[in-house]
Design a protein around this ligand. Structure first.
Ligand SMILES: [Fe+2]
Ligand SMILES: [Fe+2]
Length: 138
């Protein structure tokens, strides 16, 4: 698994915690395909991960907006930077193919980003929402 689930990654909101675990599963499948050098598998898995990231970020951002979360702008910027990096890495993959270096770099980047962002910004958001007894939008 890209990341082992630990209490440090728990945001405390069921939907968000479930979405994060789904992100890890999708990221792991993509990285395994890159590591195996299976080009035919990489494209659909890349799309599979990207789509989920987009909908997950939208979910968090919609919720932050509805709750008038004061950290919304900074959090949204972090999501944007991730999407920019993901697009750049996708381009790099298209140039190089599923090399060992691309696979190792993808694994390191995804692991570090998820860990940093979830244990940081997302947990902070979860605490703020919990302190205001906010519930997810539908
Ligand atoms: Fe986030
Ligand atoms: Fe998140």
């Amino acid at each position: 698994m890209i990341l082992e689930w630990t209490s440090a990654l728990r945001v405390g909101v069921e939907q968000i915690d479930e979405q994060h675990q789904e992100l890890f599963r999708r990221a792991e499948r993509l990285v395994l395909a890159l590591e195996a050098g299976h080009r035919a598998d990489v494209d659909p898995l890349l799309r599979y991960l990207t789509d989920y990231v987009v909908s997950h970020f939208e979910f968090e951002e919609r919720w932050m907006a509805e709750a008038e979360y004061p950290g919304l702008e900074a959090h949204r910027d972090a999501h944007r930077r991730f999407m920019d990096d993901l697009r750049e890495r996708t381009r790099e993959y298209r140039r190089q193919g599923p090399t060992r270096q691309v696979a190792a770099s993808a694994r390191g980047w995804l692991t570090a980003w998820f860990e940093h962002h979830i244990a940081g910004a997302d947990v902070k958001l979860g605490h703020w929402l919990a302190s205001r007894e906010r519930h997810p939008p539908h």
